[in-house]
Design a protein around this ligand. Sequence first.
Ligand code: SF4
Ligand code: SF4
Length: 247
Amino acid sequence: MTSNPPPDFLDPSLPTLNIGHPAIMNVRGEEVVIPEGLLEKALQELETLEEVSLSDLPSRETGLERLRQIFSIVDRVGDGVSSGMSCHSGCASCCRVIVATTRGESELLRERVRTHPESDKVRWGEGILQRNALLEALSRTRNPPADLGRLEGLIDICEPYEKENQACPFLGPDRMCQVYADRPLLCRICWVLTDPKDCEPGEGPPVKFRTAVFHRAHEMVGKISQHHFLDDRVSPIPYWFREDQGT
Ligand code: SF4
Ligand code: SF4
């Protein structure tokens, strides 16, 4: 484990709207209403969970459980605001960008892959191989090569990657996420207020709904990966699977 600071998952280049903004309007011109107490309760739960998580003895199983608990809190916030957002089932342009994930999140996905029906795994393995070849080729266009284990390296190549219009290997032919229950945090908190078209490669950028809950969850996921998985890297989803292409 290195002594680098916790990863900063927040992309400052994205336009964001926060709670407290005088009017959070969606693409339909409606004001987005946040259920009373939803955010406060979630923040309080995250705070309690953080205290417990960091005093746990480091363990992969405990780390996975803590991540699931964070995701459950975040998903409750997502469910509470989803009716005001543009995101909907089968709307998957956001699955064509680099999703920065921690080791812990990749281990959740690995568990999922392990127990998933074999029928999808050949296609997943091919997609992983192909996306990793692209990531490495793009990395080599930089001098020095972009570090695919650091957020700075991912930001460096995110634009050319997006132009290639390559979907996440876990996106199904029906445009549905095939690892939905175990998807990484960034896939859970991508709530968009503007036209879904803005999420397509070369369009936008979309205006995203962000809250302190999401920021806090980001920090905690990074800390849990360091504490329980002894790893402070962030990498694109397929890059974590480069050594076990037999998925
Ligand atoms: S983030 Fe954009 S592409 Fe993804 S589900 Fe929401 S509106 Fe659709
Ligand atoms: S894990 Fe699922 S939601 Fe996330 S990018 Fe991949 S297909 Fe999309």
